[in-house]
Design a protein around this ligand. Structure first.
Ligand SMILES: Nc1ncnc2c1ncn2[C@@H]1O[C@H](COP(=O)(O)OP(=O)(O)O)[C@@H](O)[C@H]1O
Ligand SMILES: [Mg+2]
Length: 237
């Protein structure tokens, strides 16, 4: 059983999009589609009190992987490893509510139910995926996520650049990569490109494996297969 968690203090960087679509491509290769009794060995868990509604509200029962809403279930989170029949779990988190404030170095996750849920998640996580976009506004929250939460806990992580639009040219991408390298953070080679399709699909509740088979959709989908493959090779303990 491998548990990978999407984490960034910043909202809107693609935590939910990546969690759901990594679950989708993993389920695509692991589900036993020819056995009607088999259930998926893949789970997507959300500890975002609001976040899952966008994607999953109407589709809880017919996504190709299990969906678990667990922000209120601390005991369940602590026992995530024991989920029967599950081989891969992807956990979607909110940008954490920074109750402690920047001056309180005791625990940057702060207090309260949301912070407890995040701490429980980090306890059981094998590997964290830190999405970031190619814009300077993303640099500080990414640094805080890594330095205050991941490094003190010794949790392995990989930074993944998301939502880069090739039409904007290479410059922002190169600057972002340079920033990550200068900090010596592990960076995924796979860049998740910007496709309008993803934005629309999230509104429709579709995952990448369900996109129509046209050229753009296949490119959009390819990013997630590549990322899943790359993280299986290098990610996890
Ligand atoms: N690679 C991408 N291409 C296009 N839209 C994207 C991409 N990644 C995320 N989005 C869109 O950006 C918004 C924020 O993404 P989301 O996954 O909800 O971020 P988070 O969970 O970190 O807040 C959503 O509307 C989503 O559809
Ligand atoms: Mg989200």
């Amino acid at each position: 059983m491998t548990i990978q968690t999407l984490l960034s203090q910043k909202g809107g960087v693609g935590k939910s999009t990546i969690a759901v679509n990594l679950a989708a491509v993993t389920a695509d290769v692991l589900n036993q589609d020819d056995d009607p009794d088999a259930t998926s060995p893949v789970a997507a868990v959300s500890v975002d009190p609001q976040g899952s509604a966008i994607w999953w509200a109407d589709r809880l029962d017919n996504l190709p992987f299990h969906v678990v809403q667990a922000h209120n279930d601390l005991d369940g989170l602590r026992r995530l490893r024991e989920l029967p029949g599950i081989r891969h779990t992807y956990i979607d988190t909110p940008g954490w509510i920074d109750l402690a404030g920047d001056d309180d170095t005791s625990d940057p996750l702060g207090r309260g139910a949301a912070a407890d849920a995040l701490r429980a998640v980090l306890e059981v996580t094998d590997h964290v995926i830190v999405p970031m976009e190619t814009e300077p506004l993303c640099f500080d929250p990414t640094a805080r996520t890594i330095r205050k939460v991941l490094e003190p806990r010794g949790i392995p992580y990989t930074v993944v650049i998301n939502n880069w639009d090739p039409r904007d040219g290479q410059r922002d991408l190169e600057e972002t990569k340079e920033f990550v390298r200068a900090n010596k953070w592990p960076l995924a080679k796979t860049v998740i490109r910007h496709y309008k399709l993803h934005t629309r699909a999230s509104a429709d509740g579709l995952v990448v494996t369900e996109y129509p088979a046209n050229r753009v959709a296949l490119q959009a989908r390819e990013d997630f297969y590549r990322l899943a493959l790359e993280l299986r090779i290098d990610g996890g303990r």
